[in-house]
Each structure stands twice: as structure tokens, then as C-alpha cells.
Unconditional design. Structure first.
Length: 76
């Protein structure tokens, strides 16, 4: 499973970071980004695709389901 965030749709409310801080972080620009092995994937968008470690899949899906901006995309 892999995940990325469309920063153009991100509302910056930080719910994804609250639900799965191992995969998501808010940056100084107020937008959420995905992390892979604690490294923020820059650039954002689909170029910031990150592998989801085993055991975090449900938390990432929950973050996607609850995202206000509907900006979290999962690739199985």
C-alpha cells in the first residue's frame, strides 16, 4: 500500500497527523505531507508517494476516510 496527499485540496486541519502521526505531518506552509521512514516526502502530490509500513494500513485508511479535504489518496 502507498499513500500521497494532494496539497491543493488539503485544508490543513491536521486530523491525519492526529490519527496517524507515523505517516502524516503538517509543515510550516500549513499543509499535510506524508512521511516515509520519518522523512517528509517533498514534493507533495503524487510525486510524494510513500510506502505504508505493515500495521499502519488501518490508521491510514481511517485518516483518508475522515479527511475534511478528501485529499489523501491510497494506492493498493
Amino acid at each position: 500500500m502507498k499513500v500521497w496527499i494532494d496539497q491543493k485540496a488539503c485544508t490543513g486541519d491536521g486530523l491525519c497527523e492526529d490519527l496517524c502521526p507515523a505517516m502524516f505531518t503538517l509543515r510550516d506552509d500549513g499543509l499535510a505531507y506524508v512521511k516515509e521512514a520519518d522523512v517528509v516526502r517533498i514534493p507533495g502530490g503524487s510525486a510524494g508517494l510513500a510506502a505504508v509500513p505493515a500495521g499502519l494500513e488501518d490508521a491510514v485508511r481511517d485518516a483518508q476516510d475522515q479527511c475534511a479535504g478528501e485529499c489523501i489518496f491510497i494506492e493498493e
